[in-house]
Design a protein around this ligand. Structure first.
Ligand SMILES: NC(=O)c1ccc[n+]([C@@H]2O[C@H](COP(=O)([O-])OP(=O)(O)OC[C@H]3O[C@@H](n4cnc5c(N)ncnc54)[C@H](OP(=O)(O)O)[C@@H]3O)[C@@H](O)[C@H]2O)c1
Length: 328
């Protein structure tokens, strides 16, 4: 193993810069992964903007990234869950580098069938959507409403719900243009929220009862409209705020329907708890990943040298699926 590595850093301007830095050593409970591919998340764009000193940011330099896939290069003391050479995917800050340090509980095995360029784009979606379904008390046979379902993680949510035997998956998008994509991904019903009333459409699709579990990626008016579209004793889990974080809800809908409201934000979850969420997702979903029932949609692949193109595409909000960087 070399002593230095290439990594992408934010904090010097509106884009990442390539740096040579020492290869880190894994501490107790940690693994060192030779990353082969990494994927971008919206949080990466927010981090670059917050640190950009040319546009009012902090100027605080940091090694970028969250998701990765590669093989275990070394393990720290006390780690017996993975071995050197094993193919893994996972989540950890500072993942945009040739070598990534991660908590050993935050990686799972990559099935042989899955190339690194797809594996790197799965951890956030798998753990978030599975964790949210679990938080919502989902059981096989139940109906699931997924708002903002054409988002990268929403598409994973559709596939996970189907793989876990959801009785019905209802997916929303703002216009009908992405309806085909949602149906191909596994949605039974698509609601175009810009063209039809969300509450009425979901009630109609569920025989007037509403969905058992809602995975909401949108917030705002869509979140509010999802409450009266949820079955009595059902759950609404907020995952994202693609529209707005502020909303006005009808407390009658909440109370009369005995709804449970949950919020999840796995980037702010304690390490041990996140480890349990990732382990549960791995246990229940790796067979479905291996046989192709759960796969990420990849918009495009880039290199570290052309990472700015990927960042610009992320910021454009035009990407259909995940942006991937192949690690040098
Ligand atoms: N809770 C967690 O731990 C966690 C983890 C990861 C991500 N997230 C959050 O989950 C959400 C989805 O993340 P992602 O990276 O998968 O998103 P993404 O791929 O960037 O989502 C893009 C899609 O969002 C929809 N969209 C954009 N603006 C919208 C608006 N104003 N109202 C409704 N829909 C809108 C569009 O779909 P249409 O054109 O089809 O409408 C667009 O195709 C984000 O809010 C993200 O911050 C949460």
């Amino acid at each position: 193993m070399t002593s230095t590595m290439t990594a992408l850093f934010g904090g010097a301007g509106p884009a990442w810069e390539l740096r040579q830095v020492p290869v880190p050593r894994p501490g107790p409970g940690q693994v060192l992964v030779r990353a082969r591919a990494v994927a971008l998340n919206n949080a990466d764009a927010a981090m670059v903007a917050d640190a950009d000193p040319t546009n009012g940011g902090t100027g605080k330099e940091y090694q970028a990234g969250y998701e990765f896939a590669g093989e275990i290069a070394a393990v720290g003391s006390g780690v017996d869950t993975v071995t050197v050479g094993e193919r893994v995917m996972g989540t950890s800050p500072a993942s945009f580098a040739q070598y990534v340090i991660a908590d050993h509980r935050h990686v799972v095995t990559v099935p042989d069938e899955l190339p690194y360029e797809e594996a790197c784009a799965l951890p956030t979606g798998l753990l978030t959507e599975h964790g949210a379904l679990t938080a919502g008390g989902f059981r096989p046979g139940q109906s699931v409403l997924i708002t903002g379902a054409s988002s990268s993680i929403g598409l994973i949510g559709i596939q996970i719900a189907k793989a876990l035997d959801a009785g019905q998956v209802i997916a929303t998008t703002r216009t009908a243009a992405k309806a085909d994509l949602l149906v191909r991904t596994g949605a039974d019903t698509v609601v175009a929220t810009g063209e039809e009333d969300l509450t009425s459409a979901v009630l109609h699709a569920t025989g007037g009862e509403g969905a058992d579990v809602v995975l909401d990626h949108v917030g705002g008016a869509v979140f509010a409209a999802a409450l009266p579209a949820t079955r009595v004793d059902g759950s609404v889990v907020n995952i994202g705020r693609l529209d707005t974080a502020a909303t006005t809800i009808d407390l009658d809908a909440l109370s009369y329907r005995h709804l449970r409201l949950r919020g999840v934000s796995f980037g702010f979850t304690r390490a041990a708890e996140l480890g349990e969420v990732i382990a549960a997702a791995g246990r229940q979903l790796l067979p479905a990943v291996a046989d192709g029932r759960v796969r990420p949609l990849i918009d495009s692949s880039h290199t570290f040298a052309t990472a700015t193109e990927a960042l610009d595409r992320l910021r454009s909000h035009q990407a259909h699926g995940k942006l991937v960087l192949v690690v040098p």
